[in-house]
Design a protein around this ligand. Structure first.
Ligand SMILES: [Cu+2]
Length: 121
């Protein structure tokens, strides 16, 4: 049963789009922490992410429906618009402590509350 669920989850996350050439130097390393975040109708299913300063963070952002994106300005994270049914993987180094907002940059989604908080401890 567990195997089937894992397989289903893997299929849901495919195909995976790789982003931005500027993240290539991070591709060879194992991330310190990985979050899978689903984007749906004007919300993310994870409203708070907690990491440690210096972590190599990987976000796998899956778009269930509609058009969405995930942006964290302070860390130059931007998935770009993710088509429905697709996932995008982004990586960054959390090299500054504090609380940072992540948000959907599509339309007015940020204004209607499609946001979350990244906490770097
Ligand atoms: Cu959105």
């Amino acid at each position: 049963m567990r195997r089937l669920l894992c397989l289903t989850a893997a299929l849901l996350l495919l195909p995976l789009l790789h982003t931005a050439a500027d993240n290539n130097d991070l591709d060879d390393r194992e991330p310190d922490v990985v979050f899978e975040i689903a984007a749906g109708n004007y919300s993310f299913d994870e409203e708070q992410l907690v990491v440690n300063e210096g972590d190599l963070v990987e976000l796998v952002v899956y778009n269930r429906q509609g058009q969405h994106a995930l942006v964290i300005d302070e860390f130059n994270v931007d998935t770009g618009h993710i088509p429905a049914g697709m996932a995008v993987e982004v990586r960054f180094i959390a090299d500054e402590t504090g609380e940072f907002e992540y948000y959907c940059s599509v339309g007015s989604h940020r204004q209607v509350g499609m946001v979350g908080t990244l906490v770097v401890e």
